[in-house]
Design a binder for this molecule. Structure first.
Ligand code: BEZ
Ligand code: MG
Length: 331
């Protein structure tokens, strides 16, 4: 995928991202009867390369911002969409970037940081701007400045990748929910500000996560699903568990899919059910894998472990999934 980092997110990505952000808000309203004030969103690097920055544009749309380009068409920063034009409250988006995103897209990392700083410092009523509401409160409680309180882009320390939650699950080495949340938070608590520098800010991340109302990530193809690799539950599952531990409440987990038609938003349970039916319980899928001997079996085992990863991090996998897997592969 060739791309020019100065042109991301493109106009197409902004249009698509705005539409997908609306689908997410509609789905949350349908399920919970109200707009979310704060969402945790996971961004990966490769997804943004393949979509010209689609998920980045979704974050901006939720916040109520857009990319700003200079006279040569080069990315120069973020700008806010006025509230009257936006037509709804801004959403406070806590972003966790994969290490790959952080490495590949430094301009866009700063763009995202600038969008939350602009929102936090906008002269707007806090009822319509929860980013400002939280940042003002955090400043009062901690005696810090707005640059600090508006930090919303979190990733690993420079040179580090992943939350290690996948390793905890794969090795069966965790004893409780707090251990999963703590592992995630220790790895992902590095805040990236408008200057692009990483600062360890675990306390701030905990404070922001406490009031998160939903977690969200996009899938970018039908080729790899949430149960095909262990990175999805490492990032999206990990943050869901962190919110549960810091905030004391379970949150809905949503998956965005713009691979076909006008796009969809599924709940995590719906996404896992869909993948289980089409892959793990589909004889055309598993018989073909079994034709490959031990490597095929290794792939099947990996799907089961990844499904368990979703149970461990969110508790939102339906019991029939395990019953039918047991019937098919063991009994
Ligand atoms: C990424 O592109 O950011 C990514 C790809 C695979 C696993 C995790 C992250
Ligand atoms: Mg394994």
């Amino acid at each position: 995928h060739g791309f020019d980092p100065f042109r991301l997110p493109t106009a197409v990505a902004v249009a698509e991202g705005t539409a997908q952000a609306e689908l997410l808000l509609q789905r949350h309203c349908k399920d919970h009867g109200r707009m979310p004030a704060r969402i945790a969103m996971v961004l990966w690097g490769t997804d943004n390369l393949k979509t010209e920055g689609g998920p980045i544009a979704q974050v901006l749309a939720l916040v109520g911002a857009r990319p700003r380009f200079d006279g040569f068409g080069r990315l120069a920063g973020a700008e806010l969409i006025e509230l009257h034009e936006l037509g709804r409250a801004r959403v406070d988006v806590v972003v966790t970037l994969s290490g790959i995103f952080r490495d590949l897209l430094p301009l866009q990392t700063r763009l995202l940081a600038e969008s939350s700083l602009l929102a936090a410092t906008a002269d707007e009523p806090v009822e319509l701007n929860p980013i400002r509401g939280h940042a003002l409160r955090y400043c009062r409680e901690h005696g810090c400045d707005m640059e600090e309180a508006a930090l919303r882009v979190f990733s690993n320390a420079e040179g580090a990748y992943g939350s290690n939650v996948n390793m905890l699950i794969d090795s069966g080495a965790w004893n409780g929910d707090d251990e999963i949340a703590e592992t995630f938070a220790s790895r992902k608590c590095f805040a990236y500000g408008v200057d692009g520098k990483a600062l360890p800010r675990k306390e701030l991340m905990g404070s922001v996560l406490r009031e998160v109302e939903a977690a969200y990530q996009n899938v970018e193809s039908a080729e790899l699903g949430l149960t095909s690799i262990d990175h999805y539950f490492d990032t999206l599952g990990g943050i869901s568990k962190a919110v549960q531990q810091f905030g004391g409440h379970t949150i809905p987990v949503y998956v965005g899919d713009r691979t076909t038609g006008d796009g969809k938003v599924r709940s995590l349970s719906e996404q896992v059910a869909l993948e289980t039916r089409t892959r793990m319980l589909n004889p055309r899928f598993y018989e073909a894998l079994l034709d490959h001997g031990y490597e095929g079996v290794r792939q099947i085992e990996s799907h089961v472990t990844n499904t368990l990863g979703w149970s461990a991090t969110t508790g939102q996998v339906a019991p029939w999934v395990y019953k039918n897997i047991t019937d098919t592969f063991m009994l």
